[in-house]
Design a protein around this ligand. Sequence first.
Ligand code: PHE
Length: 339
Amino acid sequence: MKEKLEAILQAARQAAEQAPDEKQIEEIRVKYLGKKGELTALLKQMGSLSPEERPKMGQLVNDAKARVEAVINARKERLKSAAVELKLKAETLDITLPEKRVNVGGLHPLSIVTNDLIDIFQSMGFDVLDGPEVETDYYNFECLNVPADHPARDMQDTFYLADKILLRTQTSAAQIRTMETRKPPIRIICPGRVFRADEVDATHSPVFHQLEGLVVDKGVTMCDLMGVLEQFAHEIYGEDVKVRFRPSFFPFTEPSVEVDVSCTECGGKGCRVCKGEGWIEILGAGMVHPNVLRSCGIDPDVYTGFAFGIGIDRITTTRYKISDIRLLFENDKRFLEQF
Ligand code: PHE
């Protein structure tokens, strides 16, 4: 019996140590220690032993059971921790892998410039307003001192949507809408899209952007207009830029001016960008025409004002040295990513 016991012990130990997983280790436990297991069977055979041998043998079998159990438990533990290790290994992150690129959007150059313009004028105390892109003939022309058949209408080729309904050709309509709803002192800007049936080329687009400005108060003079616009030009282009006021004509301002800055490319010597002129036109402006004030219910004998319309696209192309305005509207990612 003793030899048999030794043999069982040996076999059980070997089997347990080689068990590949927890399921098999359980099978081994049943095989040796279960109710019908080999060691249990051995205990049952003790009846055939003499009374003196029985306790000794009983002791030996119980020792053997305990040893087999210990081996099995140790193996179980080892298998368990190996499984955990395996799982952890599978979950490890490879921090040497290159990151996935996250594409964050950016602002369009026109938006960057518009935001800068808004900042500049807000810091001078201007309110920012919005106006409709679909306008009536009344707001876009008539109330701005451009009656039907007035030759000044030829200055702007208009997209008509219906009779007397059009896409605004200028943000100047915002002047009228403002003066109808606010009383002086007025200090507002209105940035937005405008539309003209222009032939598309490097400097013309049927859609472009303006920023209208309007100041109305008692005692506003041409000096105020010049001061504000000079300040604006220096904030956009730097202190070194030269600013020039050129007499011009707009039906809704009198006197009217166009404002040029010294060419940002050549500094004024004359180049391809300024077409040899040394100057670049950036805006139109003037003192609000008395007729316009009057038609909005503001007494021109008490109040005066000035208005200006800045070409946002022109500011953008000169600031970033963009040679073709069409680039601003094509939305090619390779172009836009540069800002
Ligand atoms: N609306 C004019 C244009 O589009 C610009 C302008 C605005 C001129 C305000 C004078 C005053 O050309």
